[in-house]
Design a protein around this ligand. Structure first.
Ligand code: CTP
Ligand code: CA
Length: 221
């Protein structure tokens, strides 16, 4: 019960969180995806709800239970996720894009299962829609946008470049090569970057990371 006691710092604030991977089909049995478990995004959605926010969680396919008290919007592809963000954006005050969106999808989705053959197989790919790119062009005044950045090298430089390029208010960066950070674990090591500074958070549980991230956002909007 104590863990439910939070100061209602986000009372009445509408928060939309994207979480998990996307899946891009190749044929009826196969798809392209990534290792995102959705845990970071789900933790943020839950913490925002506990702080009194009205939360929508747009989630790619994950094996996590829905978050009680949060409006769940399950999606599969990057295109579906863009559509859900489009619909939710006009009623969003804070958008937190924790999802690991696929950057490419197969150019065609075969109707029938692709049978194996001798020789090499290559799969023609095309770029998916850049959801944050769309948000940048369609955002309303007062919207706070926090992106995520997962890197394996030059984390701060690369993440700062994304912050600027995508006109984000904040970016939460993590280095996949850091012990205790990234995919599939309950902890994370995150650096919060804004245009006027950076804040390195120590190794902590994803729920605690979520709390710190929301505190920073609440202090800045
Ligand atoms: N993102 C998005 N739409 C995409 C790809 C990514 O909105 N099609 C968002 C992610 O949800 C994340 C942010 O952009 O909040 C950064 O994602 P990331 O994969 O780190 O950045 P990219 O710009 O795709 O760069 P790269 O994968 O080349 O590092
Ligand atoms: Ca990417």
């Amino acid at each position: 019960a104590m863990e439910l006691a939070r100061e209602k710092t986000l009372a009445g604030v509408r928060v939309t969180v994207t979480a998990g991977p996307t899946q891009e089909s190749l044929d009826p049995v196969r798809y392209l995806t990534n290792h995102s478990s959705g845990r970071m995004g789900y933790a943020i959605a839950r913490e925002a709800m506990l702080r009194g926010a009205q939360v929508t969680l747009i989630s790619g396919p994950v094996s996590l239970a829905p978050v009680p008290g949060v409006a769940m919007r399950p999606v599969t592809t990057a295109k579906d996720m863009l559509e859900a963000v489009r619909e939710t954006l006009p009623e969003t005050d804070i958008l937190i894009k924790a999802a690991a969106v696929a950057d490419y999808r197969p150019v065609t989705v075969a109707d029938q299962k692709i049978k194996k053959k001798d020789g090499d197989m290559s799969i023609p790919l095309e770029r998916t829609d850049d959801i944050l790119g769309w948000v940048e062009k369609n955002r309303h005044p007062g919207l706070f946008v926090c992106g995520f950045s997962m890197e394996t090298e030059n984390m701060v430089e690369n993440s700062r470049a994304k912050l600027e390029k995508k006109h984000l208010d904040m970016i939460a960066a993590n280095n996949l090569k850091t012990e205790g950070a990234g995919f599939g674990v309950a902890t994370n090591v995150v650096t919060l970057i804004t245009k006027d500074g950076i804040k390195e958070l120590p190794l902590m549980g994803k729920d605690e990371v979520a709390g710190c991230l929301l505190d920073e956002i609440a202090a800045r909007r």
